[in-house]
Ligand binder design. Structure first.
Ligand code: FE2
Length: 242
């Protein structure tokens, strides 16, 4: 457990994993706002429940098939939730909101299992919202201006995002984040999440094989390209900037 925890942090806090930026200039995180439904209103100590998908199972097809969503959402995401509920029952974490569980467990080497399942539960909810059946196209004007300021152009920002997703070795995530006032692209390994490092996530792409293998097999680059061009939810990213 301890070795895994140390690897997780050494992997996420060095330059090889974070393409740009450091966690030092931490911005405030509005992570709690991600869950605005039953979980936000749940009494302290209540088990977490699986948030509904923001579209139906065919909503992302043909970029992501209903079959992938059935497994990814119905099995993997649900599995993280179930394990999280089991791990936190009767512990100091029971009754904490999800963002708090992630932050507290990220600092405790003995609580890697809690961190992994809490982070994966949060990451997946954020991932579903990072895509839309009517996604793709051009970002909202103010987000596009920010992309231009920080990357030179929208195209270069998207290229950096695609590169992070394509070069993450093994399982993990690519993120568009705010680090203070700067827009940055980072990647994280396994369950790790920008929330644990004081960064404000705007968008993510899941690059665990379970996210694309049924539809694309080993062609991760094709999955990334299709998501960015046709399903990425710029409105969600823009809303997260505020
Ligand atoms: Fe996943």
């Amino acid at each position: 457990m301890k070795e895994k925890q140390m690897n997780r942090f050494s992997g996420t806090m060095n330059r090889r994993t974070f393409l740009q930026g450091s966690a030092a200039a931490a911005a405030g995180i509005a992570a709690g706002s991600l869950f605005s439904g039953a979980e936000a209103a749940a009494p302290a100590g209540s088990p977490f429940t699986l948030p509904e998908l923001p579209y139906d199972e065919n909503g992302l097809a043909p970029v992501i098939s209903a079959r992938t969503l059935q497994f990814h959402y119905g099995k993997h995401h649900r599995g993280y939730m179930k394990k999280l509920n089991a791990f936190i029952k009767g512990t100091e974490y029971e009754g904490m909101n999800l963002a708090r569980i992630i932050k507290v467990s990220s600092k405790k080497p003995g609580d890697t299992a809690v961190f992994n399942n809490a982070a994966q539960f949060w990451n997946h909810t954020f991932y579903w919202k990072s895509m839309s059946p009517s996604g793709g196209g051009a970002p909202p004007e103010m987000l596009a201006a920010k992309m231009k300021d920080c990357f030179g152009s929208v195209k270069e920002c998207m290229a950096a995002f695609a590169k992070a997703a394509g070069t993450q070795f093994g399982s993990g995530w690519a993120w568009l984040v705010l680090d203070g006032g700067s827009l940055k692209v980072v990647k994280t390994s396994n369950a790790d999440t920008p929330l644990a490092h004081g960064l404000k996530p705007l968008l993510t792409i899941d690059v665990w094989e379970h996210a694309y293998y049924l539809d694309y097999q080993n062609r991760r680059a094709d999955y990334i390209k299709a998501v960015l061009e046709k399903r990425i939810n710029w409105k969600f990213a823009y809303a997260n900037m505020k």
